[in-house]
Design a protein around this ligand. Sequence first.
Ligand code: PLP
Length: 377
Amino acid sequence: MKKIQMVDLKGQYQGIKDVVNPSIQEVIETTSFINGPKVHEFQKNLENYLNVKHVIPCANGTDALQIAMMGLGLKPGDEVITADFTFAATVEVIALLNLTPVLVDVNEDDFNINIDAVKRAITPKTKAIVPVHLFGQCANMDAIMEIAKEHNLFVIEDTAQAIGANYTHKDGTKTKIGTIGDVGATSFFPSKNLGCYGDGGAIFTNNDELAHTIRGIVNHGMYVRYHHDVVGVNSRLDSIQAAVLDAKLPNLDTYNKRRREAADKYDKSFKGVSGIETPYRYGAEDNHVFHQYTLKVKGVDRDALAKHLNENGIPCGVYYPIPLHKQKAYVDERYNEEAFIVTNQLVKEVISLPMHTELEDDQIEFITSTVIKFVNE
Ligand SMILES: *Cc1c(COP(=O)(O)O)cnc(C)c1O
């Protein structure tokens, strides 16, 4: 059995080396390192793949979220609702722009933002909702869009963990996740489902005016060279990273399918094992692209399990060990623990197992049997 890795980027690279290497080489030979043709090609190809009018590449996923909020013209004091159970980047940019983060609880089953909690959190100052499609599972976008419409709120989708997922609407039609709200933000961090070989990110929107505004913001607020109309930032996707991404994009569906196949195998092995809850999935199977495969353990010492796995050569992760409302940077006297019952529980129960595109059957077999043996002891 090959050594088990949490994410096997090397194994994946072996399969695409013949495409990636010449593509990177071309950028070097032409020295068009910034805003070169590769960036434009990748942008067009991603627009086609997502069936969205505008993709604006940028430097990373955190920037993508921040720039989306700047583009929408959110102002200090505006309240932005997001999930208590997510990576800190989501709330960080809200705070950084002097907007007011309003953290709300998530669902016990799919880990995503709780619709009733969102409704309760709305005040006259609320301007936007940021659903996070956590671990690759689409949040309930039909319900979120309905609330947004009713209260005249913007929706900014944090799609960093779910690129390529298909959201199935109530009427059965499908839309690529990240293109349903006013704007979507994603990350191409190496371990993400579509990852480059450094940092990268992108913003998606179907709104022409917003796309124009954002294209200026990523480039120092310039719409005409050396004319700075708004305060912008410097956030670019390197041409070399675009070359990597453009070479990998045609494989994204296959990569996501391989993740789902690995998830199916995990599910099958854990079926009926008491103390283990496998990831909930709702709707069509392509709603979930398994950025992470995250179990909930009940009546089992999660930290002892993690230690046991590590001792047996099985990497694992706890995403996330602390709710955002308890993080020093984001504590706020308005929060009350009663409002975060689910997140407070999840942080004690979740454990993510190795998940990537190169997992082999004997590795999955070893991982599941090691987990089950520990849980049954
Ligand atoms: C990775 C991630 C981000 C940030 O992306 P970076 O490219 O690392 O800046 C934001 N939100 C979520 C949910 C993420 O997983």
